[in-house]
Design a protein around this ligand. Structure first.
Ligand code: EPZ
Length: 420
């Protein structure tokens, strides 16, 4: 187990160029099962979740090469329909492989993904969508077995615009007989990226990025070469690192409209943000302004994956901010750790809390509770007085490539040590 040691007080500033989005590359890697061919994917982030997905693909017979930022996946010979439980336990989002597997094979078996730190993470909407596509599903002893005899297009109404359920439905419907329409689909940019990837293989998907997605099933999908979109959440995290330490950050490559829900809040906090041709520049505020209400929403609302990081910024604001987490039931675990660093946070209910800005944060030994909560603690340590120790950083390394080196190159005094 490793930990970060951070001496706070340095400005985080300079140029940032980071690789593709974790929440894009994972469903895209699952989609490579569908073309029974070679897929070349560029701009792949070097994060632990990618390695878990590589192991899953290799466990069913895919050949995978990963060099620099390029993945080459050959799915010509799939020799198993069963996904070992160990992988799903390590990464619950591997459930999105189910839709691709049943889109390709007549049978697949995968273990129920348990919950995780931030919530119970049910998959009822995933299973309902697959059933509507004609897939027979048996659930027993913690496993899900899918049987396909006639995968047919369907009308799918999602009660909630679930990202994962939308992805599983798209993956299963890409090669179904006939047309599928998904109503109340998730609109996240990563859904658009998945659809673009599949269309590059020859799929016929329209409406991705809107709440109504149409998929015309096709018989075959071909080999593909593709670039993954930039990671809007990782970029937003580094933007807050500069905003909270008084720095100026230039990000080389962003998709402007993917960043808007995050930039909107950072402007309210007093940041100056200008889009450049391909990227953006952020200048930190003299004094961080309190944002009255931060409520998380499905895209294009404010993303739940940025809630913890923005809360860290608000701990040093000039007023009071109310945070309302509407997506996950347990996504405030970073609060207790931030309080240990001197933040003034009060829980109103289990998903509403009030943050009153303080003059400064101080160092402490803190534990990373989950991926984004851990990132929020590193952000706090960059501005806290003294030496902060952040343990359980394996959570953070799931979604942030080269985190400590990128921060160090931007001015942070941060080292990664083996925990005793
Ligand atoms: C994806 O998770 C992301 N993960 C999450 O990012 C992100 O927070 C989330 O979407 C929301 O944007 C990946 O893409 C790998 P959901 P997912 O299905 O698909 C409920 C990060 O930090 N729900 O949209 O699991 C569920 O309980 C991670 O990078 C059901 O009730 O999210 C939750 O409350 C964390 N039934 C809400 O919907 C279902 O069948 C949102 O879940 C499915 C979901």
């Amino acid at each position: 187990m490793c930990k970060y040691i951070v001496n706070g007080g340095n400005k985080i500033e300079g140029r940032l160029n980071i690789r593709g989005a974790k929440n894009s590359i994972l469903p895209i890697m699952a989609a490579t099962i569908l073309n029974e061919n070679k897929s070349i994917i560029h701009n792949v982030p070097n994060i632990s979740d990618v390695y878990i997905m590589i192991k899953i693909l290799e466990s069913i017979g895919c050949r995978v090469d990963y060099e620099d930022d390029t993945l080459i996946i050959d799915s010509s010979n799939i020799n198993s329909g069963e996904i070992d439980e160990v992988y799903v336990r390590q990464m619950r989002s591997s459930i999105i492989i189910m839709g691709a597997m049943i889109g390709r094979l007549d049978y697949t078996k995968i273990s129920y993904p348990g919950g995780c730190a931030i919530g119970s993470r049910p998959i009822d909407l995933h299973l309902k969508a697959l059933k509507e596509l004609g897939i027979k599903i048996e659930e027993e002893n913690g496993y899900i077995k899918c049987f396909k005899d006639n995968l047919k297009g369907a009308i799918i109404n999602l009660e909630f615009p679930s990202v994962g359920a939308t992805e599983n439905a798209i993956l299963a419907a890409a090669k179904a007989n006939g047309r599928t329409i998904i109503y109340n689909a998730a609109r996240e940019p990563e859904i658009e990226d998945l659809a673009k990837f599949l269309n590059s293989m020859g799929a016929k998907i329209s409406g991705a990025g809107t709440s109504c997605i149409e998929i015309e099933g096709v018989k075959r999908l071909n080999e593909v070469e593709y670039d993954v979109i930039p990671d809007r959440i990782a970029i937003g995290t580094y933007m807050i690192a500069s905003a909270i330490t008084g720095g100026t950050l230039e990000v080389d490559k962003v998709v402007h409209d993917h960043m808007e829900p995050i930039c909107d809040k950072l402007r309210l906090a007093g940041c100056y943000i200008k889009y450049t041709k391909e990227g953006l520049i952020l200048k930190a505020p003299e004094k961080i302004k309190a944002i009255d209400l931060v409520k998380t929403h499905p895209h294009p609302g404010f993303p739940t994956d940025m809630q913890a990081q923005l809360m860290t910024l608000m701990t040093l604001s000039d007023g009071v901010s109310v945070f309302y987490e509407t997506i996950f039931e347990n996504r405030f675990m970073h609060c207790a750790e931030l309080i240990r660093m001197g933040a003034n946070i009060k829980h109103i209910t289990e998903n509403i809390c009030m943050v009153k800005g303080v003059e400064k944060l101080h160092s402490a030994s803190v534990k990373s509770p989950d991926l984004r909560g851990g990132a929020s603690l590193v952000l706090a340590s960059l501005v806290a007085e003294g030496k902060t120790e952040i343990s359980d950083i394996y959570h953070i390394e799931r979604g942030y490539e080269n985190f400590e080196n990128i921060l160090r190159n931007l001015g942070a005094d941060i080292v990664k040590l083996k925990d005793k």
